[in-house]
Design a protein around this ligand. Structure first.
Ligand code: IMP
Length: 188
């Protein structure tokens, strides 16, 4: 079994991506390592991920992935987007619902960008899940904004879906499947 480092402290992300790798028939195990203490603040997830990859390469880490994701609310022109971590920490789901109070356009999307270093090369894989902000907090699965995000065509929030179902619809499910497809060239 090949061990691929994953620079993250988020066990939900590890679970979600591990499941995709397993489903894809890849004999790869994700091994968590500490990410950068300092994450740059940038306008795009791609910039944040590319910066993290550069830092990891400088440290001499080979065969590693990093992932950055965010919730983009259309009415707020994509806010919180790349600032999702800070906004979640400060105001949480309750705060987002309060900001959305009385707003008709509740459309939003999640985006995930996975960065990979393999054989010294950088690759990025992205995935988007469209949906809307719920009117209330629902569900106990997942993490972060999952309990207030309803994926397009569904009535349940991500917070009400188990990992395998969230993976079928989610931004991370999509970026991770692209990663798995790419890794297939190396390992199959
Ligand atoms: P991170 O910087 O990629 O860890 O993500 C920033 C913030 O976005 C996190 O603190 C979460 O609150 C939120 N987030 C990222 N991915 C997800 C997800 O899949 N579901 C719900 N919230 C997420």
């Amino acid at each position: 079994m090949f061990e691929l480092f994953f620079a993250t402290g988020n066990k939900h992300k590890i679970l979600e991506i591990n499941e995709i790798l397993k489903e894809s028939g890849l004999d790869i195990k994700l091994v968590p390592i500490r990410g950068n203490k300092i994450e740059i603040q940038a306008e795009t997830l791609e910039e944040i991920v590319s910066y993290a990859l550069k830092q990891l390469k400088k440290k001499g880490v080979n065969y590693v992935i990093v992932e950055d994701a965010g919730l983009f609310i259309n009415y707020f022109k994509g806010f919180p987007g790349p600032y999702s971590h800070y906004v979640y920490k400060k105001i949480g789901n309750k705060g987002i619902l309060k900001l959305m109070d009385g707003i008709k356009d509740r459309s939003a999307y999640f985006k995930s960008v996975i960065g990979l270093i393999i054989n010294g090369n950088f690759k990025l894989f992205s995935g988007v899940a469209k949906g809307k902000i719920a009117n209330e907090i629902r569900g106990r699965y997942g993490f972060g904004f999952d309990p207030i995000f309803i994926p397009e065509g569904y009535s349940k929030t991500f917070g009400e879906l188990q990992v395998s179902m969230k993976n079928r619809l989610s931004h991370r499910g999509k970026s991770a499947r692209k990663l798995a497809e790419y890794l297939r060239h190396f390992f199959v």
